[in-house]
Design a binder for this molecule. Structure first.
Ligand SMILES: Cc1cc2nc3c(=O)[nH]c(=O)nc-3n(C[C@H](O)[C@H](O)[C@H](O)COP(=O)(O)OP(=O)(O)OC[C@H]3O[C@@H](n4cnc5c(N)ncnc54)[C@H](O)[C@@H]3O)c2cc1C
Length: 453
């Protein structure tokens, strides 16, 4: 009698925590790709055949071994906050929810290590307690997102104004990964070798543990500074971002139409004003106030770290792609882009794009340091969505004006931030760690028709 491979998995591994209710399997097959009307359409109905929540390395090894033997696809998942359908299984198989594999391993000497399913906020609590160090950069989803998800699908975010994106040399110290084979091998990759698996959406390695360089912990205060003019707000943000003596973790810019859509902050964002959102060290407050006065800004919101911790209300959850999430609650017809401006030309480019597409693309920018350490802006502007064709025209308009767009409306790895063919190192890692192409097959174009020769 022929037994379906999924049933064989259930029979052979009865002690694992299998999710059996179809609605829960369907939920675990989704992420936040619904931000994109294009992906929403393209990924509708993509569901795994089974979902499982391993809690130890030994369970993961047994699961991987049998999946490899039965040639069952595996989609790795943290908590599913990714935006490009990264954790959506394209060809069924098993969704492996790693959020229960979440042990803290150690924090010391400016570094920390944990199992991949640990949530970023929990990890940071541990490292702050162990030795007063915190994440160098983190997404605005840090409360729910996992280390593995940040490594596999994230870019950076809060803190990138100091340390650049996660991919900047020195941020990722190492990962321990497992090969998807009948006899799985567990391999430690250090430094640049580990980067071969970064932001490849779980398609070229299943990561078990992650080791990151960390930053000295600071009790960050949060502020909103508002301006009557677009340019004044942008220039103030740039001045703060560039001021070496002002210790900061976040510098974000909301143009007035974006600010208007952040309804929970309405009392602090007067109509028609453009805002800069800041997280600063307490000692930097007076220098910031001097600059705010110089640029004609006024502080409408100020909270100290202790109060933020007590109330658990943070402005960080209005920054980065949370801006889109909050805006979507009142304006369901919007979507967004992800753009990287050129350091040195970033202010001029932001202004030019604002002028060209005003009313249709609503400017939201985040100041960061780029891979070379220069201050620039990355942008997650809100887009009033009309048609997929128009969305594509807007993307082309940005590109024609010299702005890089990491298209968030695609689900193939090569079409996203990778921006074309994958680097040799990523391809070599895929060959080594996923020889049977079982990690969410269909996401890597080069492997679309099986393992390339
Ligand atoms: C409101 C909102 C705001 C956001 N803000 C930011 C932001 O500021 N910066 C940013 O970078 N991103 C942001 N994101 C995207 C996302 O939240 C982050 O990238 C987050 O780190 C993903 O973590 P996760 O645990 O949810 O990962 P998931 O969505 O579960 O997974 C993401 C990808 O990583 C892979 N993966 C997960 N675990 C592993 C593993 N152990 N081994 C190998 N691959 C693995 C998955 O297969 C998937 O491809 C935002 C998303 C939303 C919805």
């Amino acid at each position: 009698m022929n037994i379906h491979p999924i049933e064989q998995l259930h029979i052979a591994l009865p002690d694992l925590d299998w999710v059996t209710e179809p609605p829960r399997i369907a939920r675990l097959s989704q992420d936040f790709s619904w931000f994109s009307p294009v992906l929403k359409r393209q990924l509708a109905g993509k569901v795994a055949d089974a979902a499982v929540r391993p809690r130890s390395e030994e369970e993961i090894v047994r699961l991987v071994s049998l999946c490899a033997k039965l040639r069952v696809p595996i989609t790795v998942r943290g908590t599913g906050t990714g935006n490009y359908g990264q954790a959506v299984p394209l060809h069924g198989g098993v969704v492996m929810d790693l959020s229960g594999y979440n042990g803290f391993l150690w924090g010391r000497d400016g570094a920390g290590r944990a199992q991949a399913g640990m949530r970023l906020a929990d990890f940071e609590n541990e490292t702050r307690t162990a030795c007063a160090i915190e994440l160098r950069c983190m997404p605005s989803t840090y409360r729910s997102a996992t280390l593995g998800g940040l490594f596999g699908g994230g870019f950076g975010g809060v803190g990138s104004i100091n340390y650049g994106p996660l991919a900047a040399r020195g941020n990722i110290l190492g990962v321990k990964a497992i090969t998807i084979e009948e006899q799985p091998r567990i391999i430690e990759l250090r430094g640049a070798d580990a980067l071969a698996m970064h932001h490849l959406w779980g398609t070229n390695g299943l990561v078990l543990e992650i080791e990151l360089a960390l930053a000295p912990a600071v009790p960050w205060n949060e502020y909103l500074v508002v301006f009557d003019g677009f340019d004044a707000a942008l220039d103030f943000g740039n001045a703060i971002a560039n001021a070496p003596g002002i210790s900061k973790r976040e510098v974000g810019f909301f143009s007035a139409p974006v600010a208007e859509r952040l309804k929970p902050l309405a009392e602090f964002l007067p109509a028609g004003t453009h805002a800069i959102v800041l997280a600063l060290a307490p000692a930097s407050e007076s220098a910031m106030l001097e600059l705010a006065a110089q640029f004609g800004g006024r502080v409408t919101y100020r909270k100290e770290a202790a109060e933020i911790a007590r109330t658990r209300r943070t402005l960080l959850e209005f920054t980065w792609n949370h801006t889109t999430l909050v805006a979507l609650k009142t304006d369901p017809d919007i979507t967004y882009l992800q753009c990287a401006f050129t350091a040195g030309q970033h202010l001029e480019q932001v202004r030019r794009m604002e002028t060209k597409l005003a009313g249709e693309v609503l400017m939201h920018a985040e100041f960061i340091r780029n891979m070379d350490g220069q201050v620039t802006c990355t942008s997650l502007p809100l887009v009033r969505f009309t048609t997929e064709e128009r969305l594509q025209e807007i993307i082309e308009c940005y590109r024609d004006n010299g702005v890089r767009v990491n298209d968030p409306h695609v689900f193939i790895v090569e079409d996203g931030k990778a921006g074309g063919d994958l680097p040799e190192a990523a391809i070599a890692a895929k060959r080594r760690f996923d020889p049977h192409n079982l990690l969410n097959p269909g996401k890597v174009r080069a492997w679309m028709h099986g393992v390339p020769q």
